[in-house]
Write a new protein. Structure first.
Length: 327
């Protein structure tokens, strides 16, 4: 029996058990299918950046073509080792790969980049793609059931691994197509620990259309973040984190940001500035968020870095308000 433990980003850690066949399928074969579809070749070298540094070995490096790097090591410590490995592809947290993009060298030129584990916003995607001159493919999943969906070259959404999982989008106790809902999954192959209608904690939207790539797998049009990251406003309405990130995407001068709800009527935006950041940028941020968060006071703070959580993950949107989930 194989064991998988969550990072505890919701405040609690969950342990899931997989039988050997389910582990092989979920841990390796589904990943391989998606990576090959995105253009990864069997002999490509993959650098994996994760919160738990894998046990590297000659077998993994030369036969599985993978090498693990810990995101808790500093970028400066990592660069010589990354350059020595010279990966063909990279896989890791968007926030970490964004930092790595600032320090890209000629011996760090992957042809493919895969992101996972954090909400990927447009600014971060564009930053990584521009620095490395390649496409970013985002992966959506969780440790309890492994990969749920993935982007292909068409970037029309996330292909659901529907031959591995049953995925539902539930709103007000009913399943809907084309409307945002809570994501609920049922594992179809893990007999070691079956999960029936398990609430992942994220919200998303299923679309009827099939992808232009020709695959028959259904699509999620967007992953809108964890339900715990929704903001509850003074009038008790709830705002998706996706709406807030979209509002800031076109503002120039922002290298990285984090939106924190301190109170129902008070939000602080921590900003790591770029060289063109100015007082007008601050006002643009406030104006953009006022349109999304009516009745809320917006504060903007310039910081040197955005702090990660203990699990190594960077939260773009964070609510410190205990909202009433019934609203």
């Amino acid at each position: 029996m194989n064991v998988s433990t969550t990072s505890g980003s919701t405040g609690r850690r969950t342990t899931t058990y997989f039988d050997k066949r389910a582990w092989l399928r979920g841990r390796y074969l589904l990943k391989l299918r998606a990576r090959l579809a995105c253009g990864l070749k069997p002999l490509d070298r993959l650098a994996v950046f994760s919160e738990a540094k894998g046990s590297n070995s000659n077998f993994k490096e030369f036969f599985l073509r993978q090498k693990f790097f810990s995101i808790f090591d500093t970028i400066e410590e990592q660069i010589p080792e990354i350059e020595g490995y010279n990966p063909s592809a990279m896989y890791g947290f968007p926030s970490y790969l964004s930092l790595l993009a600032d320090r890209r060298t000629n011996r760090m030129s992957p042809s493919l980049i895969f992101t996972s584990s954090e909400m990927l916003n447009l600014k971060t995607r564009e930053r990584i793609e521009k620095a490395f001159d390649t496409q970013v493919f985002d992966i959506y999943g969780c440790n309890e059931v492994k990969e749920i969906g993935w982007e292909c070259k068409a970037h029309n959404g996330y292909h659901i691994n529907s031959d591995w999982l049953l995925v539902e989008f539930v709103k007000n106790r009913g399943s809907y197509v084309g409307e945002e809902g809570t994501i609920i999954v049922t594992s179809l192959y893990n007999y070691g620990m079956p999960l029936i209608r398990y609430e992942v904690g994220d919200t998303g939207k299923l679309i009827k259309e099939r992808c232009s790539c020709g695959r028959g797998l259904p699509l999620i049009s967007s992953i809108n973040g964890r339900s715990i990251d929704y903001f509850t406003l003074p009038d008790n309405s709830r705002i998706s984190p996706y709406a807030m990130t979209i509002a800031l995407e076109k503002i120039e001068g922002i290298k990285q940001y984090q939106i924190i709800q301190e109170e129902k009527d008070l939000v602080t935006v921590n900003v790591v500035p770029e060289y063109i950041y100015g007082s007008n940028t601050r006002e643009e941020i406030k104006l953009a968020l006022r349109n999304v968060l009516p009745g809320v006071t917006i504060g903007v703070e310039v910081v040197e870095e955005i702090l990660k959580g203990k699990n190594g993950k960077y939260r773009i949107v964070l609510s410190n308000v205990n909202s009433d989930r019934s609203n």
